[in-house]
Design a protein. Structure first.
Length: 397
């Protein structure tokens, strides 16, 4: 049976990391995979996380299974992150949250459930979007379609084209939106643009599905939730996939969540029962440690303040690298205008580099960038900035 397999192509992003590890060049730079690096080029464990783990270790009494949807304490924290502590969605018990293995697990669990309840619906994703979105929803059985998002010439959202397509989407289809720090462009709607998008969602009766993996990395924890909360105030039903890989640095803990908002608590109860079946038949129940870290931090006033300051440090360093990147290219005499990068949010930017230039950077300079030209700004440091920018200056000649 197994000899029928052919070699599959490497993952567009994780495959880069494999190639990077094999590269013997001591000056190699990995700007492909979305992992934060500090000024020393390492992915640190947050101090708030270390302190939370001390508390967990001291008080832990069992390694027994979690319930199928995971920790209830963690689910409450997730809902507060998404909607704010006093939102009527929480008070009216209209939301159902399940802990998942990362944001990727959240997307797939939601895909399985949505396919069950609306088998003929299509899943609409932005053009471009995170490379794994299409694969996840295709494997869940969806027809995946695209709506325009990025204006390459203007380096901005093509809002008119986006709205024009959204207005043609059939009632009951699902539209995947990036809550903040759009991956891969780094370009987010402002609050007025979110309002225009919401109007169409309501008018067309489209189900919004918000992928929310970078809360806190754009403008702030509360500020980054504005788009999602505007949607939540506009529609009766929505889906949100969360991840705490980036904003808690819990990459290898695989800690995410899927949240469904329903029109009533009675509907939410029915959905929850079916969600449990999906999870039970997939991975049975989630791992405990990552959820315990997040819940411990968010329910401890001192640790929460420490974590908030650490997230701000990450956000500020990424913004600093954006400006340093633009300034360094300019100082090297690069004529291309890269100033748009300082206006983008989060870990990623669409650099405008084409595939041939990306290939040259990898083959000649051991600089690893996704073929689309997406750059992980969070992988830049003061130590590798000159090397990076000199190489880019060379390929742009």
């Amino acid at each position: 049976m197994f000899e029928k397999f052919q070699m599959a192509p490497p993952d567009a992003i994780l495959g880069l990391t494999e190639a990077f590890k094999k590269d013997p060049n001591p000056k190699k730079i990995n700007l492909g995979v979305g992992v934060y690096k500090d000024a020393l080029g390492t992915t640190p464990v947050m101090e708030s996380v270390k302190k939370a783990e001390e508390i967990i270790l001291k008080n832990q009494t069992t390694k027994s299974y979690l319930p199928i949807p995971g920790s209830a304490e963690y689910a409450a924290v997730v809902q507060e992150f998404l909607f704010g502590s006093d939102h009527e969605i929480i008070g009216d018990k209209r939301a159902v949250t399940a802990q998942t293995p990362g944001g990727t697990g959240a997307l797939r669990v939601a895909g399985d459930l949505l396919k069950q309840v609306r088998p003929d619906a299509a899943m609409w994703v932005s053009d471009p979007t995170w490379a794994n979105h299409t694969g996840i929803f295709t494997n869940a059985g969806f027809e995946v379609k695209k709506y325009p998002y990025y204006d390459a010439a203007a380096k901005a959202i093509d809002l008119d084209a986006m709205k024009k397509t959204l207005k043609t989407i059939p009632e009951g289809d699902v539209v995947l939106l990036h809550g903040c720090c759009h991956n891969p462009t780094g370009i987010d709607p402002d609050i007025d643009q979110w309002g225009q998008i919401c109007d169409i969602l309501v008018e067309r009766k489209i189900l919004p599905f918000v992928d929310f993996a970078y809360q806190g990395l754009a403008n702030g924890i509360e500020e980054d939730a504005q788009g999602l909360r505007l949607i939540a105030n506009s529609v009766k039903e929505l889906v949100a996939a969360s991840s705490f890989s980036k904003n808690f640095g819990l990459y290898n803990e695989r800690i995410g969540a899927i949240t469904f908002v329903c029109d009533s608590s009675a509907t939410a109860d029915k959905l929850a029962s079916n969600l449990k079946l999906i999870i039970r038949r997939n991975y049975s129940n989630p791992p405990a440690h990552g959820a315990a870290i997040v819940a411990t931090i968010m329910n401890n006033t001192e640790l929460k303040k420490l974590w908030q300051s650490e997230v701000k440090q990450i956000r500020d360093r990424i913004k600093e690298m954006r400006h340093s990147f633009v300034d360094t290219l300019k100082s090297l005499g690069v004529k291309n205008d890269f100033s748009f990068i300082t206006e983008q949010n989060g870990m990623f930017s669409f650099s405008g580099l084409n595939k041939d230039q990306v290939d040259t950077l990898r083959e000649k300079y051991s600089i690893y960038i996704v073929g689309s030209g997406r750059i992980n700004v969070a992988g830049m440091t003061a130590g590798n900035m000159n090397t990076l920018c000199k190489a880019i200056a060379e390929v742009l000649k």
